[in-house]
Write a protein that binds this ligand. Structure first.
Ligand SMILES: NC(=O)c1ccc[n+]([C@@H]2O[C@H](COP(=O)([O-])OP(=O)(O)OC[C@H]3O[C@@H](n4cnc5c(N)ncnc54)[C@H](OP(=O)(O)O)[C@@H]3O)[C@@H](O)[C@H]2O)c1
Length: 262
């Protein structure tokens, strides 16, 4: 029999998870916004119901609401949670201990940190377990999140660092693309040409990296002949300490994740 999973919160992330897992699991969803609920019901042919119904019927409950709605959702699900249920949270900054305390004794909790490309099945999700969850629970969580990309199991102390690398990471990539396009425009290309030149360069380079089984540095050196054009650009990047900028930025993100943690 298919595992029964309920998703509470049908926003960006809840919908991404729903769309990835609906063919493999029996999924029901709970969504506060009735219009959105109807849309999800129609689009994905899933059961949309209230908290009590979806939690009672499911063995796995995925909490996919914003951190500011989290206390309320914990209070709502608490009466229907027991040790037979596995609770999976995707909320940023909310530790397993916080959830365990609010849901009562020995509740099995898994905490995850997915990222935005989950929306197209290309996500990267960090997964850790709370005190009462088992390694079988971790495996089940991986099985679920592998449907929206890749997963990595870590101890909870690493989740802030995961947030800094892969959680926030898509924004670093988008920033890089923005800067690259602006620089192409500064050389005189129009918007359309700049976008095409940059997008295909990035697409091709990433595919090359993936297919060649070589370190990025090795491939970079293949494009960079001594005293040539690429070298001139690399000299600017390194003079401005691109490596240092990355370390500083990721450290700041990790620090902020720690600060925001409940
Ligand atoms: N977006 C990302 O890149 C990302 C990455 C990693 C982790 N996360 C985590 O994922 C979680 C969800 O983020 P999101 O971007 O998907 O947020 P979102 O689009 O706002 O989705 C949350 C959904 O839950 C609904 N909701 C709120 N309270 C509810 C309740 N009591 N019962 C049922 N439904 C309820 C909201 O409805 P209303 O709009 O009507 O309130 C909304 O549709 C957050 O905790 C965030 O930290 C997000």
């Amino acid at each position: 029999m298919k595992n029964k999973i309920s998703i509470i919160g049908g926003g960006n992330m809840g919908t991404a998870i729903l769309s990835g897992i609906q063919r493999k699991f029996a999924v029901s969803i709970c969504e506060k916004d009735a219009k959105r609920g109807q849309y999800l019901k129609k689009k994905f042919k899933v059961a949309v119901d209230d908290v009590q119904s979806v939690v009672t019927k499911s063995g796995v409950i995925i909490l996919a609401v914003k951190p500011q709605d989290f206390d309320q959702i914990l209070a709502e699900v608490r009466p229907f949670i027991n040790k037979d249920k596995l609770v999976i949270s995707i909320a940023a900054g909310i530790p397993t201990l916080y959830i365990e305390k609010r849901l009562g004794a020995k509740v099995r909790v898994i905490r995850t940190m997915p990222n935005l490309p989950a929306q197209i099945g290309e996500g990267m999700t960090g997964i850790c377990k709370g005190k009462w969850a088992s390694s079988a629970d971790l495996s089940l969580a991986c099985k679920i999140f592998n449907n929206i990309g890749q997963t990595v199991i870590v101890e909870e102390k690493w989740i802030d660092a995961i947030t800094a690398v892969s959680g926030s990471g898509p924004a670093y990539v988008f920033l890089f693309v923005e800067c690259f396009i602006k620089a192409a425009r500064a050389l005189g290309f129009d918007e359309k040409q700049s976008k095409q030149l940059v997008a295909q360069t990035i697409h091709g380079s990433l595919n090359l990296l993936e297919s060649q089984n070589e370190e990025a540095g090795v491939l970079r050196s293949r494009v960079t002949s001594k005293g040539g054009t690429t070298q001139a650009a690399m000299d600017v990047f390194f003079r401005r300490d691109i490596e240092g900028i990355f370390v500083e930025a990721l450290t700041a993100a990790q620090h902020r994740a720690k600060q925001l943690s409940k």
